[in-house]
Design a protein around this ligand. Structure first.
Ligand code: CAO
Length: 442
């Protein structure tokens, strides 16, 4: 019989979060990933799951305690199973996002629920922001999920504004009787006609009976796709995007990459063009700091760190893992981390921390194809680089056409922060670096 210590996992950028609920008691049999306690920051409530299975011997926290990453939560007795706290694929849950980033959408090792500490809301508030809402216990959240009740639209009438089972029942009754309409239903009826495009004076969304024209199939959109869609939509509508296209001559860099992979075959690390691009972008961000920035009210926040996000295509949808401190890393380390993060993304195991903090993002379709595209900026960043497949092209050298390997680059930028001349210079400089990496040393 082994004794296992359960500690607070990485819960994102939260410090001194209060324990608000204990969900187990000594003697209870504990399943792997069973929620043990609920903690609450000023932004969100979240359940902390057990990293092991066993029998609960002792709880090391009580309601009201403040905890941080690494603090001892509980002691279990039993055979250890999986030591990792990596989350399983995101369960269907109405969980709120820990951050508003483009595709920081995988659930953390815990389900995140809206927190309290908000001004009183009406019993039903379909326009309320999720992060400002009252919270509910896991069983009430489960109950609401089963009924399809949007918890964030309810005002809790329980202790400290908590949503109770009775609140969920009464909301369901009101919807059934037609007394209230959920935000989703309201949006649907708006898009079905009579809507002026959220005040933009637009035509209503076309409502078409597709089945009239031929056989169709309906399928649910995945949770990650719905969340990233909402983020992409906001970013596309709110940011005045412009995209500059350019080409970089990577003939010599590609030869170097191929030779490097050949020489390091045994290392098991494959270097792709994306690793060089990530490194080259850092050189360009150092030269053009406005591209590694965010708008904050009247100010521009210029980041002195170089964390680069890269879009990863996963079965569940688009995700953007982040490689930190790229300026301090070599191509092999970047390649290795990229491989690990991409695998985690595909397995649905990225933590919120691994998807946050980027100052600039690269979206590479180079392994697939295409020429150019217009990537959507990953707010609150102000620029994103799209990359497509390199092709051999005839390039005039002043005397003759030479076969050169050309990489298509598409840089989208926020016109509130960046202007066209800077964007063109950024692309030119990036092309020069990719053309001759020794320039990074200058
Ligand atoms: N030109 C030509 N070939 C390229 C290339 C480029 N720009 N970039 C990559 N390749 C090649 C690689 O060398 C590799 O070749 P081999 O199989 O012969 O070794 C192949 O294409 C596949 O590369 P990869 O995609 O596995 O690796 P990567 O490092 O380039 O990209 C990752 C990793 C995770 C970013 C990628 O797999 C991915 O998910 N891309 C999609 C991103 C996306 O969806 N963007 C759109 C976002 S907006 O909706």
């Amino acid at each position: 019989m082994s004794v296992i210590e359960i500690k607070v996992p990485d819960i994102g950028d939260f410090k001194d979060v209060a324990v608000i609920e204990i969900m187990v008691k000594p003697g209870d049999p504990i399943r792997l990933e069973q929620s043990l306690v609920t903690v609450e920051s000023d932004k969100a409530a979240m359940e902390i799951p057990s990293s092991h299975a066993g029998v609960l011997k002792e709880l090391k926290v009580k309601v009201g305690d403040k905890v941080n990453i690494g603090d001892l939560l509980a002691i279990l007795e039993g055979a250890a199973t999986v030591a990792s706290l990596a989350p399983a694929a995101a369960p269907a849950s109405p969980a709120a996002l820990p951050t508003p980033e483009l595709a920081a959408v995988a659930l953390p090792p815990v389900a995140v629920a809206p927190a309290s500490a908000t001004p009183a809301l009406p019993a039903h508030n379909p326009t309320a922001l999720q992060l400002q809402l009252p919270h509910a216990s896991p069983s009430v959240r489960k109950f609401a999920r089963e009924l399809g009740v949007p918890l964030h639209e309810l005002k809790g009438r329980g202790l400290k504004g908590r949503i109770t089972e009775a609140d969920v029942q009464s909301f369901t009754r009101s919807v059934m009787s037609g007394a209230v309409q959920t935000a989703a239903a309201a949006a649907q009826s708006r898009s079905a006609g009579g809507n002026d495009g959220a005040g933009l004076g637009l035509l209503p969304w076309p409502v078409v009976d597709f089945a009239k024209f031929g056989p169709i199939e309906r399928k649910d959109r995945s949770r990650i796709k719905k969340i990233s869609a909402a983020n992409l939509h906001r970013n596309w509508v709110m940011i005045p995007h412009v995209t500059n296209h350019d080409d970089a001559d990577i003939t010599d860099l590609e030869a170097f990459r191929v030779a490097t992979n050949r020489e390091n075959e045994k290392s098991g690390i494959k270097v792709t063009m994306l690793a060089f691009l990530i490194k080259a972008c850092v050189a360009a961000l150092k030269k053009f700091p406005d591209f590694n920035a965010s708008i904050d009210g009247e100010q521009l926040v210029l980041k002195q760190y170089f964390h680069i996000g890269f879009a990863a295509d996963t079965p569940n949808g688009l995700m953007v893992p982040v490689i930190r401190d790229v300026d301090q890393k070599g191509i092999f380390q970047i390649s290795q981390e990229m491989g690990e993060l991409a695998k985690k993304a595909r397995d649905g195991k990225l933590s919120p921390a691994e998807m946050s903090g980027a100052g600039f993002t690269i979206s590479s379709l180079g392994g697939i194809g295409g020429r150019y595209f217009t990537p959507i900026i990953n707010a609150p960043e102000v620029a994103i680089l799209g990359v497509c497949k390199s092709t051999m092209e005839p390039v005039w050298d002043g005397k003759a056409f030479q076969p050169r390997l050309m990489l298509p680059l598409s840089l989208s930028w926020d016109h509130r922060v960046i202007d066209g001349a800077s964007a063109a210079r950024f692309n030119v400089y990036l092309g020069q670096i990719l053309g001759d990496f020794r320039r990074v040393l200058l």
